[in-house]
Write a protein that binds this ligand. Structure first.
Ligand SMILES: *Cc1c(COP(=O)(O)O)cnc(C)c1O
Length: 375
C-alpha cells in the first residue's frame, strides 16, 4: 500500500470552475478575485480580505504595511514554517524568538515579556498545526506594551479560539493555499484584517504600488507583483463552496486516527488544549521523551519502506543554516522547541484517507516503534 502525506481534495466542481474562467477574458484582477475575497472575509469574520499569490506574500505585506523596518524587533516562534520568521527579515527587522508551550507547541506567552525591548514593534504568533495560540494572553501583552500583533493563521483555517475563528486575531491574519493546506488555490494566500490602513496599503503593494484608484501606470509607492490570478481564485472559491464538507471530512479522519492510535503508549497524539476547536492542518504525533531524534528519523525511514510517507515537522527555524550564520544561534537555545522538534512526525492526513489506510498506518507504526525501541 502507498499512502502519501497529503493530497488535495479536487472534484469536478473545481475543475469546471477553473475551465469556466479560461473561457472569459478575465484571467487576473477579474470578478473571481473579488468573490473569493468576499467569501474569505465572511468566513474569517473580518472587514477586509486581500488575496495574494502566497501565504508568504500575505505575511510580508502585513509586516510592510505596519511600517516594521530596519533594526526593529519582532517577537515570534522558532517552531514554525520558515516564512513566519523570514517575513520579518524581508524588511530587515530582527526576529526575536521565544520558546514554545509543551502541549500546544505554540509560542509561550509567559516567556514573551522578558524579551521585549525598546526596539520591539510587534508579536507574530503562529497557530501551529491548526491549534490556536493563546490569543487572550497575546492581546493583553500587545496592548500593555503598545505592540502590533500578527496572526500567522496559515495552518488554522476553520479553527476557533473561544468561539471566534482563527485569522481574525490581532491587527491582521492570513490564510495560505498551497496544496497541502485545508483548501488550495494551487498557490495563494490572503490577508485578513479589520484595519483599513493595512487593507489599503497591502492592496496597493500587491499590485506594483498603484494608487487607490488603481489607475494605469500610476505608482505611488514601492510595490510588488503579488497578484493571484482569477484561475487560482476560481479554484479557491469552489473549495470554499465545499468548506463544511472538507473540514468535516478532515475531522472524521482525525477522529479515526485517534481511535486507532490511542493505545500506542510510546506516542503523544495531537489534542485540543483549552477552549478551542481545531481544524487540523497535519496529524503530528510525538514520540515520548525517552526516544531520540535518531529514533524518530529511523521511524520515518521504516514507514517509508512500507509505503507510508511521513515527515518531521518542524525543523527549528533558529537552527537553519542561514539563521545560525546571521544570529549565531545554536542547539540548546530553545530547549522545548528542540525537544519537540526532535520527536515529532506528521502522518498522512487528507480528506480521502480511508479507514483501511489508517489501520495500515497504525500496524506499521506499531511495528516501527517496536523496531526503534529494540535498536
Ligand atoms: C504554509 C505556511 C505559510 C506560507 O504559505 P505559502 O503559501 O507556502 O507561502 C506561512 N506560515 C505557516 C506557518 C505555514 O504553514
Amino acid at each position: 500500500m502507498e499512502v502519501p502525506l497529503a493530497k488535495p481534495d479536487i472534484t469536478q466542481r473545481e475543475i469546471n470552475a477553473v475551465v469556466d474562467v479560461l473561457k472569459t477574458p478575465n484571467l487576473s484582477l477579474g470578478p473571481k478575485l473579488k468573490e473569493f475575497e468576499e467569501k474569505l472575509k465572511e468566513f474569517a469574520g473580518v472587514k477586509y480580505a486581500v488575496a495574494v499569490n502566497s501565504g508568504t506574500s500575505a505575511l510580508h505585506l502585513i509586516v510592510k504595511s505596519l511600517g516594521i523596518k530596519d533594526n526593529d524587533e519582532v517577537i515570534t516562534t522558532p517552531f514554525s514554517f520558515i516564512a513566519s520568521s523570514n517575513c520579518i527579515l524581508f524588511e530587515r527587522a530582527k526576529p526575536v524568538f521565544v520558546d514554545i508551550e509543551d502541549d500546544t507547541y505554540n509560542i509561550n506567552p509567559d516567556l514573551i515579556e522578558e524579551k521585549i525591548t525598546e526596539k520591539t514593534k510587534a508579536i507574530l504568533a503562529v497557530d501551529v498545526f491548526g491549534h490556536p495560540a493563546d490569543w487572550d494572553k497575546l492581546e493583553k501583552i500587545a496592548k500593555k506594551h503598545d505592540l502590533f500583533l500578527i496572526e500567522d493563521s496559515a495552518e488554522s483555517l476553520g479553527s476557533e479560539y473561544k468561539g471566534k475563528r482563527c485569522g481574525s486575531f490581532g491587527d491582521a491574519g492570513i490564510f495560505a493555499f498551497y496544496p497541502n493546506k485545508q483548501i488550495t488555490t494551487g498557490e495563494g494566500g490572503v490577508i485578513l484584517t479589520d484595519n483599513e490602513k493595512i487593507y489599503k496599503l497591502s492592496r496597493s503593494m500587491r499590485n506594483q504600488g498603484r494608487g487607490e484608484d488603481e489607475s494605469w501606470l500610476e505608482h505611488v509607492r514601492l510595490g510588488y507583483n503579488f497578484r493571484i490570478s482569477d484561475i487560482n481564485c476560481a479554484l479557491g472559491l469552489a473549495q470554499m463552496g465545499r468548506i463544511d464538507e472538507i473540514l468535516n471530512r478532515r475531522r472524521i479522519v482525525y477522529d479515526m486516527y485517534k481511535f486507532y492510535l490511542k493505545d500506542i503508549e510510546e506516542i503523544i497524539l495531537p489534542e485540543e488544549h483549552g477552549n478551542v476547536k481545531v481544524s487540523w492542518f497535519v496529524f503530528v504525533i510525538r514520540l515520548k521523551d525517552r526516544f531520540t531524534r535518531e529514533n524518530r528519523d529511523n521511524l520515518i525511514h521504516f514507514l517509508k519502506e512500507k509505503g507510508i510517507e511521513s515527515k518531521n515537522y518542524f525543523s527549528p527555524i533558529h537552527l537553519q543554516k542561514f539563521y545560525r550564520e546571521l544570529f549565531g544561534y545554536k542547539r540548546g537555545d530553545f530547549p522545548v522547541t528542540e525537544k519537540i522538534s526532535d520527536r515529532t512526525l506528521a502522518l498522512p492526513f487528507f480528506t480521502s484517507l480511508t479507514e483501511e489506510e489508517i489501520n495500515y498506518v497504525k500496524d506499521k507504526l506499531k511495528e516501527g516503534i517496536t523496531a526503534i525501541s529494540n535498536s
